[in-house]
Write a protein of this length. Structure first.
Length: 293
C-alpha cells in the first residue's frame, strides 16, 4: 500500500510538472500552507475548518482600545515566531521556478515576506506585510521591530511571557491586558498604530487587487499552493481564472473552496515543489525543458 501511495504521488507530481511545462507563464497563488515548514502556524485544518478562534476583526481593532491592548500584548509575545522565520525549501523552489522562467509572479495571501527573502522577484502581497505598521490617522509607517522595541520598553513585565504562536504574529494568550500600554503615533500624536496588513472584515486595497489581476491576466495558467481558498480575497482569482478559461492546478493538503474548478489537484504539502523543481530543471520527463527567463 505504501508503495502504491508513493507511486501515486510520483505520478501526480509528473502530471503537475507536465502542466507547468505546457503553461510556460504561470501565476502562483500561495497561502499559509507554504510557510508552515518555516514554523509559522496555519489557520485551517485539512477540512478547511478553523484550527483556533478566528483572527482579529478590523472594526473591532479600530473601535476598541481594549481590543488593541489585547492584540499588541499578544503580538509582543507571538511576533518573535514570525520575525525569526526563514524561507523554507518550498519558498526557494518557487524562486527557482521563476528564475527558470516557469513562473511569471507570485500572489501571496501571507504577510510574512518569505517569498521575497527566498529570492522571488515579482511578489504581490495581497494582504500586506506584517513587518510594517501604519498609523490609521496620518498614514505614517514605521518598521514593526521598532514599535515592538517601544512596546517592550513600556511593558517590561510582558517580556518573559510565553504562549503558542498564531499565524499572524500573535499568540494564544489569555491574561489581564488592561494595564498594557499601547503607544500612539509619534508623528500625529494620537493616531492608532495597526500592522500594515488586511485584517478580517477589511478590504484589500484596489491597487493591489488590480495588480494581482493584471499578473493573472498575462499568465497562461494559475497554480494554487498551500491554500484552502476559504477567504474570498484569494478565491476570487481561482473563480476569475475559471471564468476566463484559464487552467488551474492546485498543490494542497485537504479540501479547498475551488476543488471543482481545478484541471489538476495534487494532495501534497508545499515542500513537493522541491521535487517538482527538480523534474522541471532536470528535464527527466519527456517533453520538459528549461524555459527562457
Amino acid at each position: 500500500m505504501r508503495q502504491a501511495t508513493a507511486a501515486t504521488k510520483v505520478h501526480d507530481l509528473e502530471a503537475l510538472a507536465a502542466f507547468i511545462s505546457q503553461h510556460p507563464r504561470l501565476a502562483v497563488l500561495t497561502g499559509a500552507g507554504i510557510s508552515t515548514a518555516s514554523g509559522i502556524p496555519d489557520y485551517r485544518d485539512d477540512r478547511g475548518d478553523w484550527k483556533r478562534p478566528p483572527p482579529m476583526q478590523h472594526q473591532v481593532f479600530m473601535s476598541s482600545h481594549a481590543a488593541r491592548q489585547r492584540y499588541w500584548a499578544r503580538a509582543l509575545v507571538g511576533f518573535r515566531t514570525l520575525q525569526d522565520a526563514r524561507p523554507n525549501a518550498a519558498h526557494q523552489a518557487l524562486a527557482q521556478l521563476e528564475a527558470l522562467g516557469h513562473v511569471s509572479g507570485v500572489i501571496t495571501q501571507n504577510v510574512d515576506g518569505l517569498h521575497q527573502r527566498a529570492g522571488s522577484r515579482r511578489v504581490i502581497d495581497l494582504h500586506g506585510r506584517a513587518d510594517i505598521v501604519r498609523c490609521m490617522g496620518c498614514g505614517a509607517r514605521r518598521m514593526r521591530h521598532d514599535l515592538h522595541a517601544e512596546l517592550a520598553a513600556r511593558n517590561p513585565q510582558w517580556q518573559g511571557a510565553g504562549a503558542r504562536a498564531g499565524p499572524d504574529g500573535d499568540a494564544d494568550l489569555e491574561a489581564d491586558f488592561s494595564a498594557f500600554r499601547v503607544p500612539d503615533c509619534t508623528r500625529c500624536g494620537d493616531g492608532i498604530y495597526k500592522p500594515d496588513v488586511v485584517f478580517f472584515g477589511d478590504s484589500v486595497p484596489r491597487a493591489t487587487v488590480e495588480a494581482a489581476f493584471a499578473l493573472q491576466a498575462e499568465s497562461d495558467a494559475l497554480l494554487v499552493v498551500g491554500s484552502s481558498l476559504m477567504v474570498f480575497s484569494g478565491f476570487r482569482f481561482a473563480r476569475a481564472a475559471a471564468r476566463d478559461g484559464q487552467p488551474i492546478a492546485c498543490l494542497n493538503l485537504g479540501r479547498t473552496r475551488a476543488d471543482d474548478l481545478y484541471a489538476l489537484k495534487v494532495e501534497a504539502s508545499a515542500e513537493a515543489l522541491v521535487s517538482l523543481c527538480g523534474l522541471l530543471d532536470g528535464g527527466s520527463l519527456s517533453g520538459l525543458s528549461r524555459r527562457p527567463a
